[in-house]
Ligand binder design. Structure first.
Ligand code: NAP
Ligand code: SF4
Length: 676
């Protein structure tokens, strides 16, 4: 495939962008660490060097109440200009262009001084906002413009006004959050006033030759949100007020519909972006779940947008654009949409990392980048799951001679099971990435080979990385050998089928994966956009307010009658990802899956599963019992290697089964390579 649309320049009149690939704004959390601006300069600098046509910073508040919390990013004093200069100088040195995002969080702020358009609380924030006075609103317009002027002085190429995701500007626009009786509320004309005044004022203060991008909510996905016609009208009015290009946002943060996690099909929201593109003359940027150059090219070639925004995809691979330019899209480390180390970390108050890219968030020149400490060594890596693959690739990059052993028929380890879970097909990309890296780095791969200590000794390896992974934990339950019992790996791999009535023991990530597979069948093909949008009740005609069809989600009738058990009392699914677990819980609930916590398992026999709940013994008649009760490390090799005096480094699940988690395994593989 050629990428002529994606790689074309974009002329904004007073400035030309070198391609159509934008790194969208994301909260990095790097400001929580020491030397935040140096870290941010390195972070954005690496992405500029990697060829991004435009970069947008994380959100900076224009005044104190705009911050998400005390200590959050803010830019409203000239004193901060030299710090921001570190970022802009670095990006410009690398040949990039960068915008500062101006974000007022409004009623999403976690601070006690929270303000809002009206005194209406958000469902994701326990605090009721204090209502802004008319005078304060006028001052806020000035505050936005002040930050834009400061941004220009600090060397930014422009600003992005954050007008989506349910933040302050959205809160003015929507009836659900704006019941004011003055000039800032009531009619749509009045509700649009704040957004329009902010744009007009910024344009008046910064002049004509400064990029003013507005991130417009192309579909709100909340009740009482805008219709497509209202959004189109807003876009036209904003264009007339001075916007140079539109970025798009999808759904407020309080929406009940997933917008960016892995279960959202790639490019699913392009129909809503198109509504903006069709109504304005300035260029429009599409966003959300655009993670491959093929999808990006198709969106632009199809006329849905002029540019694409990749945020997490640039975290996963800073060289995304350069690799497309070089004709090597197969070498892109694709974002798999897991949210596990980026958004989930940010929501836990930690700086962002990335599951597939251990270097993300650690770019500060040279620091923590693995370096070879001694001579090139002959290294064996045993096990080609995520930890072993990461170790093999990282070690080879450092110049070691690497041989990778895998007992199975292919590389991938547990990822080969994960990719069969419905909606988790993105794991194919991670396997493809490693396959390409193994070939490019000339790593010797020995499939169908169980590496014995003696063979490793005879081959003369200087060091062995043991990444042999995990084996399923078999719980001590009477009747665990009953024919109705199915280990999760057999179910996920398709080696065994479950009957109509199913009990799942264990409600960790794999218990939920097993339930999803039973509901939807094996996920051998990528999720389908039309099915996804219909299931979640999205109005693709954009006539309904917020783009929501009446009646909410429409989950299909389940193929199995499923009951999910756990021994712990209390809510189920607590170990799932913060920003994706709620989707699974909602889907299971909507599909009638029963969840029973606080049980003890007694036995399994022809009558079904016998368990105790409180003081009562119960029997659930089932046809199949799926065992998802965790894992145990598989590491006999390290001990045997130690006896032969070969240095062995156990990583990932082999070291600690809890590290079956792919993020930890890939990070450990990367780190161990630096110690060889
Ligand atoms: P897990 O999260 O540890 O869950 C296993 C469950 O089995 C536990 O919740 C535990 O709950 C139960 N259990 C443990 N020992 C038991 C025993 N002896 N008898 C009966 N029940 C027992 O493990 P997992 O679901 O296999 O997931 C493993 C790893 O894969 C996790 O680290 C996770 O990060 C990763 N993963 C994540 C996702 C995701 O969606 N984020 C998906 C798949 C895998 P009770 O003891 O309360 O019953
Ligand atoms: Fe993408 Fe997952 Fe990395 Fe986040 S952690 S950028 S979702 S691959």
């Amino acid at each position: 495939m050629t990428f002529s649309h994606l790689l074309a320049t974009l002329d904004l009149g007073f400035v030309t962008l070198k391609n159509r690939i934008m790194m969208g704004s994301m909260h990095s959390g790097l400001e929580l660490l020491d030397r935040p601006f140096a870290r941010l300069a390195a972070f954005y600098g690496e992405r500029a060097r990697g060829g991004a046509g435009l970069i947008v910073t994380g959100g900076y508040a224009p005044n104190d109440t705009g911050r998400i919390e005390d200590g959050g990013p803010i830019f409203h004093h000239a004193d901060d200009i030299p710090s921001h200069r570190l970022i802009t100088d670095r990006v410009h040195r690398e040949g990039g262009k960068i915008l500062l995002q101006i974000l007022h969080t409004g009623r999403y702020a976690k601070d006690p001084s929270i303000v809002g358009v009206s005194d209406i609380r958000s469902r994701i924030n326990p605090r009721v906002p204090r209502v802004l006075s008319s005078e304060e609103i006028t001052q806020y317009v000035e505050d936005y413009a002040n930050t834009a002027v400061l941004a220009r002085s600090a060397g930014y190429d422009g600003v992005e006004v954050m007008g989506s995701e349910g933040y302050l500007i959205n809160q003015f626009l929507a009836r659900r959050t704006n019941n004011r009786g003055d000039d800032w509320g009531g009619s749509y004309e009045n509700r649009m006033r704040f957004a329009l005044e902010v744009v007009r004022r910024i344009r008046a203060r910064v002049g004509a030759d400064f990029i003013l991008m507005y991130r417009i909510s192309c579909i709100d996905l909340v009740e009482g949100g805008a219709t497509g016609a209202e959004t189109a009208e807003l876009a036209q009015r904003l264009e007339a007020a001075g916007v140079s290009l539109f970025n798009t946002g999808v759904g407020w943060h309080e929406a009940h519909i997933p917008t960016i996690a892995y279960m959202v099909p790639r490019g699913a929201w392009r129909f809503a972006v198109r509504n903006i593109t069709d109504h304005v003359k300035v260029p429009v940027v599409a966003s959300n779940r655009i993670n491959t150059p093929e999808v990006a090219e198709d969106i632009i070639a199809g006329g849905d947008a002029h540019m694409v925004s990749l945020a997490r995809s640039m975290l996963a691979d800073p060289e995304f654009a350069a690799k497309v330019q070089a004709g090597r899209p197969d070498t892109i480390n694709t974002c798999i949409g897991c949210n596990q180390a980026c958004l989930d970390f940010i929501f836990k108050g930690k700086p962002t990392r990335c599951l597939v890219n251990p270097r993300a968030g650690r770019e500060l020149d040279g620091e923590e980048a693995p370096r070879r400490t001694g001579a090139s060594r002959k290294v064996a890596v045993v096990g080609a799951g995520p930890g072993g693959l990461s170790a093999a690739v990282s070690a080879a990059q450092l110049g070691h001679q690497v041989t990778l052993y895998e007992a199975g028929t292919d590389i991938g380890g547990q990822m080969n099971l994960a990719k069969r879970v419905p909606d988790k097909t993105e794991f194919h990309e991670l396997i493809r990435y490693y396959r390409t890296r193994l070939a490019d780095l000339n790593i010797a791969v020995r499939l169908n080979t169980r590496a014995t200590p003696e063979a490793l000794k005879a081959a003369g390896f200087d060091a062995v990385v043991v990444a042999t992974g995990i084996g399923p934990r078999t719980p001590n339950i009477e009747g665990i050998d009953h024919p109705m019992v199915i280990p999760y790996a057999d179910l996920l791999a398709g080696r065994r089928q479950a009957g109509p009535r199913v009990a799942i023991l264990g409600a960790g990530g794999i218990g939920y994966d097993a339930a999803m597979l039973l509901l939807h069948g094996h996920g051998d093909s990528a999720p389908d956009t039309a099915t996804f949008l219909a299931k979640w009740g999205v109005d693709t005609s954009l006539r309904a307010p917020g783009g929501l069809l009446p009646g909410g989600p429409r989950f299909p009738a389940p193929a199995h009658q499923i009951t999910l058990f756990q021994r712990k009392p209390g809510a189920m699914g607590r170990s799932l990802g913060l920003t994706s677990g709620w989707v699974l819980r909602a889907e299971l609930e909507g599909s009638g899956v029963r969840c029973i916590p606080g049980v003890s398992y007694r036995k399994i026999d022809d009558a079904g599963l016998h368990y105790r709940l409180g003081d009562e013994d119960q029997v659930l008649a089932v046809d199949s019992v799926i065992i998802c009760t965790g894992q145990e490390p598989l590491d006999e090799l390290s001990t045997a290697l130690g006896a032969l005096s070969i240095p062995a480094h156990a990583i990932g699940g082999a070291r600690q089964a809890a590290e079956l988690d792919a993020f930890a395994a890939i990070a450990a593989g990367n780190e161990v390579a630096a110690t060889l």
